[in-house]
Design a protein around this ligand. Structure first.
Ligand SMILES: NC(=O)c1ccc[n+]([C@@H]2O[C@H](COP(=O)([O-])OP(=O)(O)OC[C@H]3O[C@@H](n4cnc5c(N)ncnc54)[C@H](OP(=O)(O)O)[C@@H]3O)[C@@H](O)[C@H]2O)c1
Length: 330
C-alpha cells in the first residue's frame, strides 16, 4: 500500500471543519489489530454533526465515517484472517478514531462484526448504523410484547435513515405502519417501503400541553425526540412502547408520570454505540435473516463517491436526505 484516499477534516479553534480528500499512507493509520480494505461506508446524521459542525471530535486532523464494511487485509488478532468480510460500526469509529470515509481503515478487533451470511458488503452499508438502530428498535419493541395484532405502529422521521429502514422492517413483519414525515412529497416512497398510512409530522405535535390523549398507537419508533416524543408518549395505547433513538426534532421533552402510571407505557432507550457485542451480533444476524428489509433489493438507495461526501453531509443536517446513502470506496 503506497497511499490511499480518505476524507480528512481539519479544524482550528471554534471554526467549522474544512473537508478535503487527501492521499494518506500507512503511517497515518491509527492503532488497532485489524486492517480493512473498505468497500462501502454510509452517511448518517451523526456524520453530518462531525464533518460539518465539528461536534464530538476532540483531535484533528480527523477522518469521519461512523460505518464501514470491507475485507480484512491484515490482522494480529486470531479471530480475523486476511480475506474475511466484516462490518464495523459504533464505538469510537469516526469520532475518537479514524472512520470509514477512507479506502483503508484500521480498528480494534473488539469492534469488528463478521459479515453475516445472507448480507453483502453493500447491503450491510445500506443498513449501516441507521439500519442497525432501526432493527434494534424493533427488537426492543417486540421484546416488550409488540405483535402485529396489537395495533398500529407509528414511525417518526420516516423518510430519514432510521425511519425508512424501520418502516420497511415493520411492514415486512406484518405491522400496520403509519409513517410520519415533514415531507409529504415522499408519500410514494414511504408507501413503497410498506407504510399503510402517511401523515404530516405536525399531526404528532400539539401546542397544548396534555400528558394523556386519545390512545392511538401500539408502539412508536422515534428517531426525532422533542415535541414529537412528548406527543407520542401521550398517545400510546395501554401497555404500548416507544423506542427513542434520536434528536433531530429536539432534545427537550415535556411529559408527566401519567402515561406511565395510568397507561403502563414503556419508554425504551436505543443506543447503538455501546450496544453489547452479543446483542449487536444477534441483531446483525437477524438483519441478514428474518428482519432483512426488502429495500435492500430495490433501487431506492443513493450511492455516492468520496468526492461527493462534503455536499451530502451538509444535506443530511438540513433534513434533505431521503432514506439511506452509501459511499462506494472499494
Ligand atoms: N441512538 C443511537 O444509537 C442512534 C443511532 C443512529 C441514529 N441516531 C439518531 O437518530 C436520528 C436520525 O438519524 P438518521 O441517520 O436517520 O438521520 P436522517 O436520515 O437525517 O433522518 C432524520 C429524519 O428526522 C426528520 N426530521 C429532521 N428534522 C426534523 C425536525 N426539526 N422535526 C422533526 N423531524 C425532523 C426528517 O424526516 P422526515 O422528513 O420524514 O420528517 C429526517 O429525515 C439522529 O438524531 C441520529 O443522531 C441515534
Amino acid at each position: 500500500m503506497n497511499h490511499y484516499r480518505a476524507l480528512v477534516a481539519d479544524k482550528e479553534g471554534e471554526e467549522q471543519p474544512k473537508l478535503s480528500i487527501k492521499n494518506l499512507t500507512a503511517a497515518d493509520l491509527p492503532e488497532g489489530e485489524v486492517t480493512i480494505r473498505v468497500a462501502y461506508s454510509s452517511v448518517n446524521y451523526k456524520d453530518g454533526m462531525v464533518g460539518i459542525q465539528g461536534r464530538m471530535v476532540k483531535n484533528y486532523p480527523h477522518v469521519p465515517g461512523i460505518d464501514l464494511s470491507g475485507t480484512v487485509t491484515e490482522s494480529s488478532d486470531s479471530r480475523y484472517q486476511p480475506g474475511d468480510q466484516v462490518i464495523v460500526t459504533s464505538y469510537g469509529l469516526g469520532i475518537a478514531h479514524y472512520g470509514g470515509y477512507s479506502e483503508i481503515a484500521r480498528v480494534p478487533a473488539g469492534w469488528v462484526v463478521p459479515l453475516p451470511e445472507g448480507l453483502t458488503l453493500r447491503e450491510a452499508m445500506i443498513l449501516g448504523t441507521a439500519g442497525f438502530t432501526a432493527a434494534l428498535s424493533v427488537q426492543r419493541l417486540e421484546d416488550n410484547g409488540l405483535t402485529p395484532d396489537k395495533g398500529q405502529v407509528v414511525v417518526a422521521g420516516a423518510s430519514g435513515g432510521v425511519g425508512s429502514v424501520a418502516v420497511n422492517i415493520l411492514a415486512k413483519r406484518g405491522y400496520e405502519v403509519t409513517a410520519s414525515t415533514g415531507r409529504l412529497s415522499e408519500e410514494g416512497y414511504l408507501k413503497e417501503l410498506g407504510a399503510a398510512h402517511v401523515i404530516h409530522r405536525d399531526e404528532l405535535t400539539e401546542s397544548e400541553k396534555r400528558p394523556i390523549r386519545r390512545p392511538q398507537w401500539a408502539a412508536a419508533v422515534d428517531p426525532v425526540g422533542g415535541k414529537t416524543l412528548s406527543y407520542l408518549l401521550s398517545t400510546l395505547q395501554y401497555g404500548g412502547s416507544v423506542a427513542t433513538s434520536g434528536l433531530t426534532g429536539g432534545v427537550e421533552i415535556e411529559t408527566s408520570v401519567y402515561p406511565f402510571i395510568l397507561r403502563g407505557v414503556n419508554w425504551l432507550g436505543i443506543d447503538s454505540v455501546e450496544c453489547p457485542m452479543e446483542l449487536r451480533r444477534r441483531v446483525w444476524e437477524r438483519l441478514a435473516a428474518d428482519l432483512k428489509p426488502t429495500m435492500l433489493s430495490t433501487t431506492i438507495v443513493n450511492e455516492i463517491t468520496l468526492d461527493e461526501l462534503p455536499e451530502e453531509l451538509a444535506r443530511i443536517l438540513q433534513g434533505q436526505v431521503r432514506g439511506r446513502t452509501i459511499v462506494k470506496l472499494g
